[in-house]
Design a protein around this ligand. Structure first.
Ligand SMILES: NC(=O)c1ccc[n+]([C@@H]2O[C@H](COP(=O)([O-])OP(=O)(O)OC[C@H]3O[C@@H](n4cnc5c(N)ncnc54)[C@H](OP(=O)(O)O)[C@@H]3O)[C@@H](O)[C@H]2O)c1
Length: 265
């Protein structure tokens, strides 16, 4: 649906691009003519994905500022420029709030909030601000009415949504746009990481969704393409939900109820 050479001559970095949603985003940029670099922690899987996509890669833990700086140096040396950053890397685990220990809480906040800030700040300082152009798309989650069952990621993603609004305003003078995409439940590799009972909940949630289905990775990728191309040139600081209406009509307590039954009987 997008013009075939829409991202010709654009250099794009997709974190978490080795799997699931990030892979689909990287694939679509490549189809539309971009030069793509994918980055995540597991170098072997990252190299395999990059070989399949025919793109560049660099191992990087977004929680580690030294590795984030090294990633920027790598891109500067090998590509000279960066035009678009997609902060997609992230992860969490389901747990009722009273059982999340400080280590688990810190890990999720570090990954999903701090990692996104480190990446955005570094890429803005190295590329976007001096270039006087840039585009950041943050993948968050449907946290519109809180996130019962995943308080840590709810707080982190709400933080990223607010950060999106702040950075969009502060960096507008440098011609940098910052937007967020909030996926609902998307059929992707990320869903495989959940325990079986939660997977059973997913089957119920699929039927309960007003569109009677989950989203696809391609539908998330389509919104990222929109935000990072001139079609959305006058739009910044916003969040687009790709969730089949779950942020309005979904039963936000359903996963939490399933989990409580698993834990407390
Ligand atoms: N699937 C859904 O229904 C859904 C809904 C809402 C939001 N999301 C969010 O959308 C994003 C993609 O989800 P997905 O379903 O595609 O999940 P996924 O397959 O588990 O992808 C997560 C990716 O992030 C990378 N990653 C995680 N922590 C990292 C770190 N510290 N540094 C660098 N890379 C890191 C992982 O690679 P390594 O293991 O190699 O680091 C992996 O490639 C995630 O942020 C997820 O939370 C997903």
């Amino acid at each position: 649906m997008y013009q075939k050479d829409l991202f010709k001559d654009k250099i794009v970095l997709v974190t978490g691009g080795r799997s699931g949603i990030g892979y689909a985003i990287a694939e679509q940029y490549i189809d539309l003519g971009a030069t793509v670099i994918i980055a995540s922690r597991k170098e072997e899987q990252l190299a395999e994905a990059a070989a399949a996509l025919k793109c560049d890669y660099k191992a990087c833990n977004i929680r580690n500022v030294d590795e984030v700086e090294a990633l920027a140096d790598y891109i500067k040396t090998n590509h000279s420029r960066l035009d678009i950053l997609v902060n997609n890397a992230g992860g969490q685990f389901p747990a009722p709030a009273e059982l999340i220990n400080p280590k688990g809480w810190a890990a999720v906040i570090n990954n999903n909030l701090n990692g996104t800030f480190y990446m955005s700040q570094q890429m803005a300082k190295t590329f976007f601000i001096p270039q006087k152009h840039g585009n950041i798309v943050n993948i968050i989650a449907n946290v519109f009415r809180g996130f019962p069952g995943m308080a840590h990621t709810g707080a982190a993603r709400a933080g990223v949504e607010n950060l999106t609004k702040t950075l969009a305003q502060e960096w507008a003078e440098y011609n940098i746009r910052v937007n967020a995409v909030a996926p609902g439940i998307i059929e992707s590799s990320g869903l495989e990481t959940y325990p079986d009972q939660i997977k059973a909940f997913f089957d119920e949630a699929r039927k309960a969704n007003l569109m009677k289905r989950f989203g696809t990775v391609k539908e998330v990728a389509n919104t990222v393409m929109f935000y990072s191309c001139p079609l959305s040139a006058y739009t910044s600081g916003t969040t687009l939900y790709v969730d089949g209406l779950d942020h309005l009509a979904g039963n936000g307590m359903a996963m939490y109820a399933t989990m409580k039954k698993m834990i407390y009987g």
